[in-house]
Design a protein around this ligand. Structure first.
Ligand SMILES: C[S@@+](CC[C@H](N)C(=O)[O-])C[C@H]1O[C@@H](n2cnc3c(N)ncnc32)[C@H](O)[C@@H]1O
Length: 511
């Protein structure tokens, strides 16, 4: 069934914020101390989105280059000794390369978008300014397919209907194109979340017809090639959960590759992926500078291990240990390892485990800990372990003093983690060195309020001090930013300054 696009895909305008009165910020991200950031007039960095206010995705229409919490962040970090907090900004529009959208309404009038704030009413957002333009174009194809094939959108109150959600993820990794053209020619991996238990349940004909329709009209043989692949996820729960446990690859390339942090990374639709590919790449490049060459690194809340593996490749790390609760990320991790440069000679492991269970065991043996938790921040048990890092030191030393006192591992969660782990051993002989205890803690956060609490708590223990902090404009149009904070072990070192004179202290006593 041939389909027409109702409107051509949105033109792909340049993404940087342009100022008329002051020089424009460069196209590629620039990190500047906040006080010296050029200030373009607010309207040139405005959202200009027809869905603003009805859609809950964006909360701010003006000054997309300066999210409102920047002032709070600058003051917060200054209070804790970091006076050179920087903020990087990249694309202000078209930055979202990964979107999960609800599908509601009817087959003749499908609504594909986000919930209205505080409700379960879905707002259609065909011209979303945050989406990569090819997400909007793929949504348009989907809308036409739903109508022409009479696909029923999900009816939440009844639990009926066929299509519940769609996830759209854009890959900009196309080495056959010049680098400058890759982003705008991104291809979309579409996942249809179908309201049935599995692929041969009732209604599967329609699912296949919808997938074929997307492929015929947006696949490589179509006039407008924008679809990378089509997947299905099966979900019948009446809870507010987007994905079920069952995934099926239907059409197109199975593997989805992106290039960030200096490596090719594989991301299955079931694995966590950062929404803002370009800003994430900037963050990774900054992060790499804080990891000494040949470090041993533990990457907690690791997803598909993008951070850890990027460090393995760029910092020649001795070992990388990734810990992630979602077992689906393992496949992507293994595929990414398969494409690491041959020069990488790290000992690499990925553990399917809960970072909050027995957190000490994840901290011993590494000199750098990277934590990238969900928005709610650190699990309290991990926070306690980090605050009591001196116990890690003692534990590590006592185990090194008893090299032959190996005890059989019995803890069920550790055994399970070992079973589900991936292990790539370095070809180098293992150095017989004293067990490492973390000296650097790198905290990556997408939740500003939880980060502040966690940061205060870590600093109050005096086990860590804050050395550097950077912000990244991961979510322009919202009040959220991504934070990269670097902590060092030990109490804050005194900054060289004026010493109190002895005689003046004496004088005070005489008063
Ligand atoms: C913000 S994402 C970061 C993923 C990864 N660092 C990246 O940038 O691609 C947080 C990840 O933590 C995982 N996660 C959540 N709770 C966890 C826990 N208790 N233990 C281990 N991983 C957890 C989630 O599944 C998710 O993949």
């Amino acid at each position: 069934m041939p389909l027409r696009l109702i409107s051509p895909p949105p033109s792909f305008h340049r993404f940087t914020c342009h100022a008329t009165a002051t020089p424009p910020p460069p196209q590629i991200s620039t990190a500047t101390p906040i006080s010296s950031t050029p200030q373009p007039p607010p309207l040139t960095c405005a959202l200009h989105c027809p869905h603003f206010q009805s859609c809950s995705g964006c909360t701010h229409e003006l000054n997309l280059h300066r999210p409102v919490i920047l002032e709070d962040a600058t003051n917060f970090f200054r209070k804790y000794g970091v006076t050179d907090f920087t903020f990087d900004t990249c694309n202000l529009w078209g930055w979202r390369c990964r979107a999960k959208l609800a599908v509601r309404g009817s087959s003749t009038n499908p609504l594909i978008g986000l919930y209205e704030e505080g409700t379960h009413n879905v707002v259609d957002i065909p011209q979303c300014k945050a989406h990569h333009p090819n997400i909007n174009a793929a949504v348009e194809l989907l809308r036409q397919g739903i109508t022409e094939l009479d696909v029923d959108p999900y009816l939440e109150d009844e639990g009926t209907g066929e299509l519940r959600y769609v996830q759209m993820a854009v890959t900009t990794h196309n080495t056959s194109l010049p680098a400058a053209q890759r982003y705008m020619n991104g291809k979309v991996q579409v996942t249809l979340v179908w309201n049935s238990r599995k692929e041969n349940s009732r209604g599967s004909d329609k699912l296949n017809a919808l997938a074929n329709c997307l492929w015929e009209n947006g696949g490589p043989q179509s006039r407008l090639h924008l679809i990378h692949s089509v997947w299905a996820n099966f979900q019948t729960s009446d809870k507010n959960i987007i994905f079920g446990n069952r995934w099926r690859h239907l059409l197109g390339e199975r593997d989805f590759w992106e290039r960030v942090g200096g490596i090719d990374v594989s991301l299955a639709p079931s694995s966590f992926g950062q929404a803002n590919t370009r800003a994430f790449d900037s963050l990774l490049q900054k992060l790499q500078k804080y990891v000494p060459y040949e470090s041993s690194v533990t990457d907690l809340y690791a997803g598909a291990g993008v951070i850890g593996l990027s460090l393995a490749a760029t910092r020649k790390c001795r070992s990388i240990k990734c810990v992630e609760i979602n077992k689906e990320s393992k496949v992507s991790f293994e595929k990414t390892i398969g494409r690491l440069p041959a020069t990488v000679n790290s000992s690499i492991t990925w553990h399917h485990a809960d970072a909050s269970k027995d957190p000490f065991s994840w901290l011993v043996g590494s000199d750098v800990i990277v934590i990238d938790p969900p928005r709610k921040g650190l699990d309290s048990s991990l926070m306690d372990a980090l605050k009591n890092i001196s116990l890690v030191v003692r534990k590590a030393l006592s185990s090194s003093e008893r090299p032959n006192s190996f005890q059989e591992e019995k803890r069920p969660w550790v055994l399970r983690a070992n079973e589900a782990s991936v292990q790539i051993r370095s070809k180098l002989p293992e150095a017989n060195i004293t067990p490492l205890v973390p000296q650097t803690l790198i905290y990556i956060s997408c939740g500003w309020e939880s980060f502040k609490e966690d940061c205060k708590s870590l600093l109050s223990s005096k086990a860590w001090y804050l050395e550097k902090a950077h912000g990244f404009n991961f979510f322009p149009g919202t009040r959220s930013v991504e934070i990269l904070a670097v902590f060092k072990r030990g109490p804050q070192k005194k900054k060289p300054g004026k010493k109190k004179k002895k005689h003046s202290q004496g004088a005070a006593k005489h008063k």
